[in-house]
Design a protein around this ligand. Structure first.
Ligand code: SAM
Length: 212
């Protein structure tokens, strides 16, 4: 019961701290770049489904838990490509090396726990020409925002407990770069919403040929 409540809260936290039209705008902007065989980690209730474009050939939807709400079933009915559900943790993706064209991670890295382990798996399953599309909230990296960063760090452990592991004290850009990706297109900053949860890093990363 507690875990169900926490999951529900986590999924609501995807929606309510940021204006809905703004999250839809980000999903529309970035998911249009998905192509080929796509793996979405932390698929949740399928909020990204309407935004995949015609270049998406097939979707592997990975999550440790799946939704079965009427809204989810309605989203599934309008999908034009095959969707395969993979029930697994993103730190051990049951796919072969270099088998996926695009990995999508939206509002997911905040709650996976071990981001380096998950991104190492993303690296492993991506083809050398593949891309990672991400929309993630996290620690504000802007200069002069020390007080907000402190607030995020204090609030994060509380949010983690009540919202299925979701934290806002990860430096998303640094995590992606340290995992051996090169950011080829990135936008960073606040979107309209509740400030501690509304600092977003979103864009496209590719495998870095010379990782740190
Ligand atoms: C806040 S929801 C975001 C859902 C969706 N990506 C979106 O944009 O609406 C986070 C999702 O990540 C999933 N998740 C968290 N940790 C995970 C892990 N280690 N492996 C797989 N899925 C995970 C949760 O079950 C949840 O569905």
């Amino acid at each position: 019961m507690v875990s169900w409540l926490s999951q529900m809260l986590s999924r609501q936290l995807t929606n309510f701290p940021v204006r809905r039209d703004e999250s839809e705008r980000m999903r529309r902007q970035w998911l249009a770049h998905a192509e080929g065989l796509v793996l979405e980690i932390g698929f949740g209730s399928g909020l990204n489904l309407p935004y995949y474009g015609s270049n998406t050939r097939e979707l592997m939807a990975l999550d440790r838990e799946f939704d079965d709400s009427p809204q989810f079933r309605a989203r599934m009915r309008s999908v034009r490509f095959p969707v395969l559900f993979v029930k697994a943790g993103a730190q051990k993706i049951p796919l072969q090396d270099h088998s996926v064209d695009t990995v999508v991670s939206t509002w997911t890295l905040c709650s996976v726990g071990a981001i380096p382990a998950v991104l190492a798996e993303v690296r492993r399953v991506l083809k050398p020409s593949g891309k990672l599309i991400f929309i993630e909230h996290g620690l504000c990296s802007q200069k002069g925002r020390g007080r907000l960063r402190s607030l995020q760090k204090v609030w994060s452990p509380i949010q983690q407990k009540i919202a299925d592991g979701c934290r806002v004290d990860h430096d998303i850009r640094a995590e992606i770069e340290m995992a051996g990706f090169q950011l080829v297109d990135v936008e960073e900053g606040f979107v309209p919403g509740c400030r501690p949860m509304a600092f977003f890093t979103r864009g496209i990363a590719r495998l870095d040929e010379n990782p740190r």
